[in-house]
Each structure stands twice: as structure tokens, then as C-alpha cells.
Design a protein around this ligand. Structure first.
Ligand code: HEM
Length: 247
């Protein structure tokens, strides 16, 4: 077993652990953070079912972004949908036999690779060209865009410039999942693609990319507009109102 294979195997175990436990830990904190006030953004649904529908529209169509800025919506939505298709297309490297629907979306996955890059380019141009946005952009905003763009560019380069041994790559990842390691092909583009992906998995729980799970915990989106019908009591205020419970 080469040192390279061992390094990448350990890297992916570590990155997977950090991604899963990191995101779970953040969600744990989000879920326990008090929501002292009723602050759903109006017009807001008055029932739980309405909130579920609102959240669904928000995460699939980015409805509030659409209402506030059509350009950011266009590039942002294009990037996220393309990312979803690309990730689903990648499932073929981790499943044997490949599920029928994953085989079916393979051709779309390719267009999605280009759409992903185009979306990122639009979002990045905005951070550079719009004065107001450039002023509030931090290095990490640029870093995340660069990381995602580099992953997409190295992936597309593998597809169109120098191919890698997909069969051996798949054996490597299936082997990782079964704890029976197999050699990893040593093409520079593949190694770059994988190192960048591992980097993305590691920074995910520490970065702005947490907005993905975070949106579900946003009080302005997930609250029911029923303050006139029901008394809203946050956890900490319930304790203060009832000293006997130790508040
Ligand atoms: C461990 C995870 C990953 C593995 C093993 C992997 C592997 C690969 C391989 C082998 C290709 C070339 C496909 C071909 O020649 O037909 C590729 C392409 C690509 N990858 Fe990845 N990749 C991973 C994660 C990601 C992630 C997280 C992203 C996006 C953020 C990404 C974006 C792309 C893109 C845009 C392409 C080009 C279009 C395509 O073939 O789908 N990859 N990847």
C-alpha cells in the first residue's frame, strides 16, 4: 500500500468525521439557542403546515432572495441546483450497483458542472464589481468561492483534459467504506480534486457554508405567526417566571 493511498485514506476518514460531528455539534447549539421573541418575517403563515410550506419554498426556490435581488438569485440558485445535480451524479463512485436514477442523471451532471462554475463566477463578480458588496466582503467569502471553483475546475479538467482511472477510484472509495483499503490512482488532477474536497469538508462546519443547515433554525422563517392566539414563552423566560424551578 503506497504512502499516498494511506495519506488520502486517513485524510478522508478525518474529513468525514469532522464534517459529520462538526455539523451535528453546530446544529445542537442552534437548536438549543433561545428564541426570546416572536419574529416571523411578515406576511407569515399562521399554522405549522404553512411554515413547512414556506420553508420548502425557501430552500428549493430561494423565494426571499428572488424578491430582494434578481441577479443574486439567478446566480445563487443556478449554483446551488447545479451543485445538487453534480453531487447526486457523484453517487456513482460510492454505490455498487449504481442506482438506476443515478445512472439516468449522468448526462445532466455534465451540464451541471458548467452551470456550477457559471453561477460561482456571477457570485464572485458581484463581490468584486459592486462597491458596496466589495466593502463588506471578507477574505473567507473569497476563499469559499475559490475553493468551490477550484473543485469544479479540477473536476471538469478530469472529464475533458486528462482522464483518471474511474474504476480504480471507485474501488478506493468502496474500499474506504468497507475498511478494506484499495490503491488510489496517482493522477495529479485527481489528487488535487480530492484534496480540495477534503478541505471543503473540513472547513464546512467552521464556515459560512453552515447556512445550509442553519436556514432551518432561522426564527424569522421557522416561527408560526400566532402571537395573538398563543402565549410565546422562551425556555429561559419560563425559568425566570417560575423561581421555584431554579431560574
Ligand atoms: C470524495 C468526493 C469526490 C470524488 C471521489 C470526486 C471525483 C470526481 C471524478 C473522478 C470526476 C471526473 C469525472 C469523469 O471523468 O467522468 C469528477 C468530476 C467533477 N467533480 Fe468531483 N469528486 C468528489 C467531490 C466533488 C465535490 C464535493 C464537488 C463540488 C463541490 C465536485 C465537483 C465536480 C465537478 C463539477 C466535476 C465535473 C463534472 C462531472 O464530471 O460531474 N466533486 N469528480
Amino acid at each position: 500500500m503506497s504512502a499516498l493511498t494511506i495519506f488520502y485514506a486517513l485524510l478522508f476518514y478525518a474529513a468525514t468525521g469532522i464534517l459529520i460531528f462538526g455539523v451535528a455539534a453546530k446544529c445542537w447549539v442552534y437548536a438549543r439557542t433561545p428564541q426570546p421573541l416572536k419574529i416571523p418575517t411578515p406576511p407569515a403563515p399562521t399554522t405549522r403546515r404553512g411554515v413547512v410550506l414556506r420553508m420548502l419554498l425557501e430552500v428549493t426556490l430561494f423565494r426571499t432572495l428572488f424578491r430582494s435581488n434578481k441577479w443574486i438569485w439567478l446566480f445563487g440558485w443556478m449554483f446551488h441546483v447545479a451543485l445538487l445535480v453534480v453531487l447526486l451524479r457523484h453517487l456513482r463512485y460510492f454505490t455498487e450497483p449504481v442506482w438506476a436514477w443515478v445512472a439516468l442523471i449522468q448526462p445532466f451532471g455534465l451540464y451541471a458542472g458548467f452551470a456550477l462554475l457559471a453561477g460561482l463566477a456571477g457570485l464572485w463578480a458581484r463581490r468584486v464589481l459592486v462597491d458596496r458588496v466589495r466593502y463588506i466582503s471578507s477574505p473567507s467569502d473569497h476563499l469559499m468561492l475559490a475553493l468551490l471553483a477550484a473543485i469544479a475546475a479540477s473536476g471538469l479538467a478530469m472529464k475533458y483534459l486528462t482522464h483518471t482511472d474511474i474504476v480504480a477510484l471507485k474501488a478506493f472509495f468502496l474500499g474506504l467504506m468497507a475498511f478494506q483499503w484499495q490503491p488510489l490512482p496517482a493522477d495529479p488532477l485527481l489528487l488535487a480534486h480530492l484534496a480540495l474536497v477534503a478541505g471543503l469538508m473540513i472547513v464546512f462546519p467552521l464556515s459560512k457554508l453552515l447556512h445550509a443547515p442553519g436556514v432551518f433554525f432561522s426564527p424569522s422563517l421557522n416561527q408560526v405567526d400566532d402571537a395573538r392566539e398563543r402565549r410565546h414563552v422562551a425556555g429561559w423566560s419560563a425559568q425566570i417566571n417560575h423561581p421555584a424551578r431554579g431560574g
